[in-house]
Write a protein that binds this ligand. Structure first.
Ligand code: MG
Length: 166
């Protein structure tokens, strides 16, 4: 049986914080305020994976009240979510995500982000797509007060998802 999940996350932006997206370090004057490394894209990925297996959300599994997760590399959250996915005999078919940020320009980082996420969820790079949108200067993302990400992921039984390499 196929399973689909969607994920969303938002982080406040502040000066002097390191910006990481999809596990990739991004050059930026602003970065996320967060308990972990604040990687909004990986958090949306985790929410999508957990959603697809009916396992709640990132806050349930990795609460920001937990000192163990202070400054944590969010790749660890994706890896742990993938353990839960595999435990159910499932694997990722494909993953599609959007980052909503007014600046900086993110397209130069697209390939690295897609490659990093593909590695984390165990698929070839062409099965991961990362899109970028500005907010047309509207709302918190448009004013650079926040950065947002959305993600959808499709899961299939582990054997089936390996059929047809692309
Ligand atoms: Mg988050």
């Amino acid at each position: 049986m196929y399973r689909i999940g969607q994920g969303y996350d938002v982080h406040r932006l502040a000066a002097g914080r390191a910006l990481r997206l999809g596990g990739v370090a991004i050059e930026s004057d602003l970065g996320p305020v967060g308990h972990s490394d604040g990687d909004v894209l990986l958090h949306a990925v985790v929410n999508a994976l957990l959603g697809a297996i009916g396992a709640g959300d990132i806050g349930l599994h990795f609460p920001d009240s937990d000192e163990r997760f202070r400054g944590a590399d969010s790749a660890r959250f994706v890896a742990e979510a993938m353990v839960m996915v595999r435990r159910q005999g499932l694997a990722v078919v494909n993953l599609d995500a959007t980052v909503i940020a007014e600046a900086p320009r993110l397209s130069p980082y697209r390939q690295s982000m897609e490659g990093r996420i593909a590695g984390l969820v165990g698929v070839e790079g062409e099965r991961v797509n990362v899109k970028f949108a500005t907010a047309e200067k509207l709302g918190p993302a448009g004013r650079r007060e926040a950065i947002e990400a959305q993600c959808v992921v499709l899961l299939a039984p582990a054997e089936e998802s390996r059929e047809g390499k692309s």
